[in-house]
Structures are given as structure tokens and as C-alpha cells.
Design a protein around this ligand. Structure first.
Ligand SMILES: CC(=O)SCCNC(=O)CCNC(=O)[C@H](O)C(C)(C)COP(=O)(O)OP(=O)(O)OC[C@H]1O[C@@H](n2cnc3c(N)ncnc32)[C@H](O)[C@@H]1OP(=O)(O)O
Ligand SMILES: CC(C)C(=O)C(=O)O
Length: 515
């Protein structure tokens, strides 16, 4: 494959560079599960670890080597015989194996980290690649800190690595320092200047310190790189690596600007993201591109309206293309009537325009006090509205004073047959005070048989749904009320039950309100 081909090799290093994220260690069984999924989704090369690093790393590379069939399994090695021997040993069972050997080439790294002269580094490139080639046919050489390497020296190292048998040349932006046009120019320069450049595939490995890992990788592909090293969810050292899902979906979504293909079945992306997140405990931020919880979620009314008319108005990829069932229209304070009507219909209600408008107003009030409005909230809200439509008694206002000091008081305003009436009552707790206030205003004395509260959804801002059962002269009625305020929900429930009692009384003694 050359820089003329349009096929981009996806080299996944979640298990190696991804695991270098502090706290992201994975055990052998977890690595094997991730590797199996990476292979199933069409990853070309799986870098399974750094075998000399520890026995655990060796075992993991060895286990992934044993289980993989189609994917090439790579093991990392410094420019030393011991590292290369260990990598070769771990990779031995692999159907397709690659030794990935590297050494730093930037002045800073050579002088301070390696404490080697450039000529010694150049010799190490030749020796390490040749030695690795004596072990396997597929050798990748990386110029660590390549993006900060002096160009002439980098050209000499790359030429030497290819001459010694490397078939993939990786130019990492190890510290995420590059910017897209500069990095693309670097890759183009190497392809142009290195005499044997056509004998190797050029690869990029970008870190995200400036948030440019994906942009740099794509710019490099446009300049002729045909392997991208990346990780699921962008996991990796420090700010992470280029995120595989972003690279792959950018190529798939913009073939007009980037006419390249990968072998990835993108419908596996969500699964892979979830698996890596679960295994490492690294939660994916909600607004993360492609795999964040909100990547295909819409809350604003104008966007929801557009989505309902044509999803392409606000989505450049389909959720199905990344393995999600569907987009979500999240109902919240920014939602509009179109999305609300759609949701109400989907929940099985057939409300006329007036009722819908009324429900929408109540929904907006609820959304003002609640972060997210769930289906259950809407059901509770509409049921509440339907129940209350013909009520003679309505809760208008409630203010409760409660706490450790006491006495607990409730100041309540009810609308009774169109008239507004207010009273204040004391009680044994805020619920008792509220119920006493209702009884005072309505002159009712039914017996409370049941008082039950449950949260409609989760969270401290959840709606409370209260059930009240009242008994009078052998007649029993239940009333329900829902509200984010438990006491308001309690008042509504009690009043609903009272309204039902009134209906029952009407049947026996028409026109009678008080008890
Ligand atoms: C950019 C990257 O991501 S590179 C990969 C980074 N990943 C890791 O380091 C994770 C795994 N690493 C490890 O477990 C350990 O660092 C080991 C096992 C590899 C080495 O451990 P130690 O022998 O204790 O060495 P230590 O890590 O302290 O220092 C690294 C040594 O390797 C040398 N070195 C670093 N890179 C290379 C290289 N590519 N080729 C040859 N030598 C190298 C350093 O100069 C230093 O040598 P020195 O001991 O002579 O000063
Ligand atoms: C070993 C190389 C590829 C690396 O991880 C880096 O330079 O970031």
C-alpha cells in the first residue's frame, strides 16, 4: 500500500498507549475482550502491549496473539535486543504479527533522555530494525518526538529504517505539539524527500495535548499518511491519543474532502466505547464527539422541530451508523411544542389543541424546576391534568412553614366552584397542616385511610407522586397528585380525592358541597 492508495490502516493502541493513562490499567481477560471486539469491528492492527514492561504485559500480548486471526497483533519494543526478543516471544503464536520498535530522534530527547549522540541514535535505528526483521517480517519503526525532530536528521533516520527492513514508518507527535498544516507538511516532506519512501507506509500517532490529535491525524492523511494510530474514546497518555471513532467517522462523513476508506464497521463504535469505558472506569464526557451521551441528543425546541421534519437538519451522521438505536429528543426547558406534541402522541395520548397547549404550559413550568423531564413525568403531568379537568375544587397556592422549630403551618388557597378561598392551619407536620387547611376550606371531614408518596423518576428534583385514600360514609375514593414539591403533590392528591367524593355525594344529594 502506498500514499497513493485510498485505504487508511487503522492501528489501535488502546491496550498499549491507552493503558498508559494513569488509572486505566486493564487485566488480561479485559484486554482479550477488548482485542476480540477490535478485531470484530475491523481494526487492522491491534497494539496489545509492551512485552518487556512487565510479565502482565507479556502475558496480555501473548494471549491476544493467540486469539487473533485477521488482525495484525503488534508489540512495542525499545531499540534494544532484550525488548525485541521479548516482543518476538510474546507475539510468537500470532497468525499475523508486527514488532513496533522506536527511539527518540528530537534534539531534546536525544540529549537529555537518551543521552546519545545523533549518530548513535541513527545506528540504533539501523540495528534495531534489522534485528526485529530477523524475528518477524512486519516491522514498524517510530521516531519518538518525530514532530520536534530536525528535518534532515529525520529524513536520514527514516531512510535508514526503511533500508533496514521497516515497512511502516511512524512519525509521532509524541507531546501533542504540532498543528495541522505544519504536521501535514512534515509528512509530505518525508514522502517527497526520503528516496525509498515508496517502500513503506507512513503512519501518524498524535497526542491530544492541544486538542488537535484528530485534526493533525486527518491533515497527515491528506498529506499521504496511510496508517493512523488511535484509541477508543481517545484514551491515552496525558490528554490522550487521537480518538478512533472520530477519525473513522470524519473519514466516512466527509469523503468529499477526504476520499479515504477504513476497514472499520462503524456500527461497533458505541459498543467498543462502552466496553473501554466500563473496563477502565474512564467515563465518557456527555458532549464527547460520536460517543458522548449527548452526541445524538437534542433538547432545543428549534432543533427538535428540525429533527422531526428532517433529521439531516441537525445530524450529520445517523445514530444507527455508530450503533445507536436512534437519536433522542430530550424534553427540557428549551423544548418546543412540536417535540412535546410528538412525545405526547408517542406516549399514547390524543389531546386536542387546547389540552395540548395547557399540558405544554404545565410541562414548561415543570421543566423550569427540573433538569430533565422524563416520559414518566409527562404521563404524570397529563394524567394529573385529565383527572383535574372537571374538578370543582382546585389547588391555587400553597405555602408551608416546617422544620425542627414548629409549629408547622400551611397557608392554602383553593378555588372552590370558581371562588378563591384562603386559610392557614397548624398541624402535626407539614402534610397534616396542609390537609387540615383543605378540610377547613372545604368543611370536609373524611377519614384518611392511606397516604403514600413515591418518586416518579430518580434524582432530588424528581416529581413526587402522592396517593391519598379517603373514606366517608362507607364510600372510598383514591386521589393522585404529582409535583416536584411533595407537599403540593399531597395537596393535589387530597383535593382530587375530595372531588371524587363530591361526585359521589352529588349522586346521592345533588348541590351539596360541605360535609
Ligand atoms: C512515547 C511512549 O509512549 S514510549 C512508551 C512508554 N511506555 C512505558 O514506558 C510503559 C512501560 N515502561 C516500563 O515498564 C519501563 O519504563 C521499562 C520496563 C520499559 C523500562 O524500565 P527501566 O529499565 O527501569 O528504565 P526506566 O523506565 O527508568 O528508564 C528508561 C530507560 O530506557 C531508555 N530508553 C527510552 N526509550 C528508549 C528507546 N526507544 N530505545 C532504547 N532505550 C530507550 C532510557 O534512556 C532509560 O535508559 P537508562 O536506564 O539507561 O537511563
Ligand atoms: C512509541 C510511540 C509510538 C509513542 O507512543 C509516542 O511517540 O507517543
Amino acid at each position: 500500500m502506498s500514499s497513493q492508495s485510498n485505504r487508511v490502516v487503522i492501528f489501535d493502541t488502546t491496550l498499549r498507549d491507552g493503558e498508559q493513562s494513569p488509572g486505566a490499567s486493564m487485566n488480561l481477560e479485559e484486554k482479550c475482550r477488548i482485542a476480540a471486539l477490535l478485531e470484530e469491528m475491523g481494526v487492522d492492527v491491534i497494539e496489545a502491549g509492551f512485552p518487556i514492561a512487565s510479565n502482565g504485559d507479556f502475558e496480555a500480548v501473548n494471549a491476544v496473539a493467540k486469539q487473533s486471526r485477521e488482525a495484525i497483533v503488534a508489540g512495542l519494543a525499545r531499540a534494544t535486543k532484550a525488548d525485541i526478543d521479548r516482543a518476538a516471544e510474546a507475539l510468537a503464536p500470532a497468525a499475523r504479527k508486527r514488532i513496533h520498535t522506536f527511539i527518540s530522534t528530537s534534539p531534546l530527547h536525544m540529549k537529555y533522555k537518551l543521552q546519545m549522540e545523533p549518530e548513535a541514535v541513527l545506528q540504533a535505528v539501523k540495528d534495531s530494525v534489522a534485528y526485529a526483521r530477523s524475528k518477524v517480517d512486519d516491522v514498524e519503526w517510530s521516531a519518538e518526538d518525530g514532530s520536534r525532530t530536525e528535518h534532515d536528521f529525520l529524513c536520514r533516520c527514516v531512510e535508514a529504517a526503511i533500508a533496514a527492513g521497516a515497512t511502516t514508518i511512524n512519525i509521532p507527535d509524541t507531546v501533542g505539539y504540532a498543528v495541522p498544516d505544519e504536521y501535514a507538511a512534515l509528512i509530505a516532506m518525508l514522502i517527497e524527500r526520503v528516496p525509498n519512501a515508496d517502500k513503506a507506509i507512513f503512519s501518524v500517532h498524535c497526542h491530544n495535548d492541544l486538542g488537535l490529535a484528530v485534526a493533525n491525524s486527518l491533515a497527515a492523511v491528506n498529506a499521504g499518511a496511510r496508517q493512523v494510530e488511535c484509541t477508543i474514546n481517545g484514551l491515552g497518555e496525558r490528554a490522550g491519543n487521537a480518538a478512533m471513532e472520530e477519525i473513522v467517522m470524519a473519514l466516512r462523513t466527509r469523503p468529499d474532502r477526504m476520499p479515504y476508506e477504513t476497514g472499520i464497521d462503524t456500527t461497533y463504535i458505541t459498543r467498543a466505547s462502552k466496553l473501554v469505558s466500563t473496563v477502565t472506569g474512564f467515563v465518557v464526557q456527555p458532549n464527547k464527539a460520536i460517543v458522548g451521551k449527548n452526541a445524538f441528543a437534542h433538547e432545543s425546541g428549534i432543533h427538535q422541530d428540525g429533527m422531526l421534519k428532517n433529521a439531516q437538519t441537525y445530524e450529520i451522521m445517523t445514530p444507527e451508523s455508530v450503533g445507536l438505536n436512534k437519536s433522542t429528543l430530550v424534553l427540557g426547558k428549551h423544548s418546543g411544542r412540536h417535540a412535546f406534541r410528538d412525545k405526547v402522541k408517542a406516549l399514547g395520548y390524543d389531546l386536542g389543541d387546547n389540552r395540548l397547549n395547557d399540558a405544554f404550559k404545565r410541562f414548561k413550568d415543570l421543566a423550569d424546576v427540573k433538569k430533565e423531564v422524563f416520559d414518566e413525568d409527562i404521563v404524570a403531568l397529563i394524567d394529573d391534568q385529565l383527572i383535574r379537568a372537571r374538578d370543582r375544587i382546585k389547588v391555587v397556592d400553597l405555602a408551608v412553614v416546617c422544620g425542627t422549630k414548629g409549629p408547622q403551618t400551611a397557608t392554602l388557597t383553593l378555588e372552590i366552584d370558581g371562588d378563591s378561598k384562603t386559610t392557614t392551619a397548624e398541624g402535626d407536620g407539614p402534610v397534616d397542616a396542609t390537609f387540615k387547611a383543605i378540610k377547613q376550606l372545604c368543611g370536609a371531614t373524611p377519614r384518611l385511610q392511606l397516604y403514600q408518596v413515591h418518586a416518579v423518576t430518580q434524582g432530588t428534583d424528581a416529581q413526587a407522586e402522592v396517593t391519598v385514600r379517603l373514606e366517608e360514609n362507607g364510600k372510598t375514593v383514591n386521589g393522585q397528585g404529582a409535583d416536584t414539591d411533595t407537599l403540593v403533590a399531597s395537596a393535589k392528591a387530597y383535593v382530587t380525592a375530595l372531588n371524587k367524593l363530591l361526585v359521589k355525594r352529588e349522586k346521592t344529594a345533588p348541590g351539596d358541597m360541605g360535609a
